[in-house]
Design a protein around this ligand. Structure first.
Ligand code: IMP
Length: 178
């Protein structure tokens, strides 16, 4: 097994390129089936979802719209706590079938703060599709409608996910060696 070093930490191979591509193709098939006759609007969240979104959307041989966004988190009022807003969301979501694409749902904090803003625009439907899901890490539960892999609460890098800026371009997913 070939370990890799990212900054000061060591990671071991965890989910191979082959496992990822097989599962991403399966997910695309399931979503395609669920949205037959519709034109879903995919909203991938940068930076982490860029590889997942690219591979998944290439498999969606049906009409789809795609709008990449970035989330910015800042401190709101005492009552609102941290606020998460979208940069680059220029589509009107009213009446649309929206699918959020995320690299990973970990604590669920980011999405749980962001979803109300999307719902405010009254989409016809709103679903979440995450490549990875860490059920044991969830603090703020969000409905993860589609996920590629359910994984234990351990830090991972690769295939879009970074450790302090590095590792996003790795072709497979690596897990922290503790
Ligand atoms: P949340 O905890 O669900 O709000 O996750 C927010 C973001 O933290 C995710 O979209 C990832 O970009 C990042 N993140 C969470 N867990 C990991 C991990 O294991 N490796 C790399 N990034 C992670």
């Amino acid at each position: 097994m070939s370990l890799i070093q990212v900054h000061d930490k060591w990671f071991q191979p965890y989910i191979s390129q082959h496992e990822i591509s097989t599962r991403v193709r399966d997910l695309a098939g399931i979503i395609k089936n669920d949205y037959s006759g519709k034109i879903p609007l995919f909203i991938p969240i940068l930076n982490g979802s860029f590889m997942f979104a690219s591979d998944l959307l290439k498999e969606m041989d049906m009409p789809v719209e795609i709008c990449f966004i970035k989330l910015a988190s800042y401190k709101g009022t005492v009552s609102s706590g941290r606020v998460v807003t979208a940069i680059g969301l220029d589509n009107d979501l009213f009446g649309r079938d929206v699918i959020i694409l995320e690299d990973i749902v970990d604590t669920g904090k980011t999405l749980s703060r962001f979803l109300p803003q999307l719902l405010h625009q009254q989409p016809a439907s709103l679903k979440i599709c995450a490549l990875l899901y860490k059920p044991d890490a969830v603090v703020n539960p969000v409905p993860v409608d589609y996920f590629g892999f359910s994984i234990p609460n351990k830090f991972v890098v690769g295939y879009g996910l970074d450790y302090d800026g590095l590792g996003r371009n790795l072709k497979e997913i690596y897990q922290l060696v503790e």
